[in-house]
Write a protein that binds this ligand. Structure first.
Ligand SMILES: [Cu+2]
Length: 117
């Protein structure tokens, strides 16, 4: 009984960590043509640093055939687009103010973040 409680608490801690605390390392967008791979439930990389007040573009390569991963949404920019399967798709971003902007798939299973600084 005790063991079950301990396991339950651990499981909750893991869920909290995964959904709220886990922060993957940020990758600089830089000048390079960074390609964000959409596969196995993650955007890789999922935390992308870019410069404020400059238009930029993201390149996505979707390898997951599930229909949900086809849509990409950046709610703060009112941006939504579709990603073709196994083809690089370029998404243009406007100049943005400093801050963090989430992007995700239709059901938020895939989640990423733009870090503008
Ligand atoms: Cu999804």
């Amino acid at each position: 009984m005790m063991l079950v409680n301990v396991l339950g608490v651990l499981l909750i801690a893991l869920i909290v960590w995964w959904f709220w605390l886990y922060q993957p390392q940020a990758t600089d967008l830089g000048d390079s043509e960074l390609i964000i791979v959409v596969e196995n439930g993650t955007y890789q990389p999922s935390r992308i640093k870019l410069l404020a007040d400059q238009p930029a573009s993201l390149h996505f390569l979707r390898k997951d055939s599930s229909p949900c991963s086809e849509t990409i949404l950046i709610p703060d920019l009112k941006l939504s687009d579709t990603l073709p399967l196994n083809k690089v798709k370029k998404i243009a971003l406007p100049a943005m103010r400093k801050g963090e902007y989430e992007f995700h798939c239709q059901m938020k299973m895939y989640r990423g973040r733009l870090v503008v600084e």
